[in-house]
Design a protein around this ligand. Structure first.
Ligand SMILES: Nc1ncnc2c1ncn2[C@@H]1O[C@H](COP(=O)(O)OP(=O)(O)OP(=O)(O)O)[C@@H](O)[C@H]1O
Ligand SMILES: [Mg+2]
Length: 258
């Protein structure tokens, strides 16, 4: 069995849509046939389970402490993926620190039975967040057209480049109200990174501002279950397919030839 592809989803600024996107991407990957684990690595303020209306969220603290194996630490969701989180509202893993983040990544990487592990990160750029981001195979940076989001996204990109020695995150532009706004957001990130980091981040995709997202959260249902054909859901399905290709295109290409 192959190793899972680890994808970390960060943003710098809070409230940009990391959790919405992490859940929707988990669903999108399930829809293309992948086995998916979503790890709520927003360790102090885990809320992925709340967004999905789940009573249980798994036992991430026991998994980290080595007290339970992964299969007894996760919960299966109706959306088809497994969730690994600390109990909501427990704050059990606040201040986990960079070394614990690193060891969690290593443990998740050793697991078998999943094609993708998605890490929904905390807001900010503290050392634990950046360690998760740097240890992932793919790092997604969720940025909105809000100027503060752009500034914090640049800080995230700069720290990731420093931590990895080379790599910039892949951008997901969220809550764009028009194609022009999305293009301006991409141009602002591209110009700043080119000027100061001498590298340009790739765009993985754009998710439009969509009232259906708010509606799904209010009803505590995953977006792709609530309104799979809405504009945000469709965009996230496409981004999920692209992520799957990035992760496994060589393997898929070989399989197609056989
Ligand atoms: N594409 C979108 N269209 C409309 N609203 C959106 C969209 N994406 C996110 N939102 C809104 O943004 C809010 C914050 O989303 P979410 O909780 O996923 O952000 P977050 O980055 O995980 O926040 P935190 O930093 O607190 O973890 C949601 O309640 C939702 O209403
Ligand atoms: Mg969140």
């Amino acid at each position: 069995m192959r190793k899972p592809h680890l994808t970390a989803i960060g943003s710098g600024k809070g409230g940009t849509g990391k959790t919405v996107i992490a859940i929707a991407l988990a669903q999108a990957l399930v829809k293309v046939g992948a086995r998916v684990l979503l790890c709520d690595a927003d360790l102090g303020l885990a809320n992925a389970a709340i967004q999905m209306g789940l009573g249980e969220s798994g036992d991430l603290p026991s998994f980290i402490a080595g007290l339970k194996p992964l299969e007894r630490s996760v919960v299966a969701t109706a959306a088809g993926f497994d969730l690994l989180a600390a109990p909501s509202g427990s704050g059990a893993l606040a201040n986990i620190g960079p070394l614990a983040a690193e060891s969690l990544c290593a443990k998740l990487r050793q697991t078998r039975g999943y094609d993708h592990v998605l890490l929904d990160l905390s807001a900010g750029v503290d050392s634990a967040v950046m360690r998760f981001a740097a240890r992932a195979d793919t790092t997604l940076l969720v940025v909105t057209p809000d100027p503060a989001s752009l500034t914090d996204a640049y800080a995230f990109a700069k720290l990731l480049q420093k931590a990895t020695g080379a790599r910039l995150p892949q951008l997901v532009i969220n809550r764009a109200t028009s194609g022009t706004e999305a293009e301006q957001t991409l141009a602002a990130m591209t110009q700043t990174c080119r000027a100061f980091l001498r590298q340009v981040p790739q765009l993985l995709g754009t998710v439009p501002h969509d009232r259906a997202v708010h509606d799904a959260i209010r009803r505590q249902l995953p977006l792709l279950s609530r309104l799979p054909l809405g504009p945000a859901a469709q965009a996230l399905q496409e981004i999920g397919s692209r992520l799957n290709e990035i992760a496994f295109a060589p393997a898929l290409a070989v399989a197609a030839v056989r």
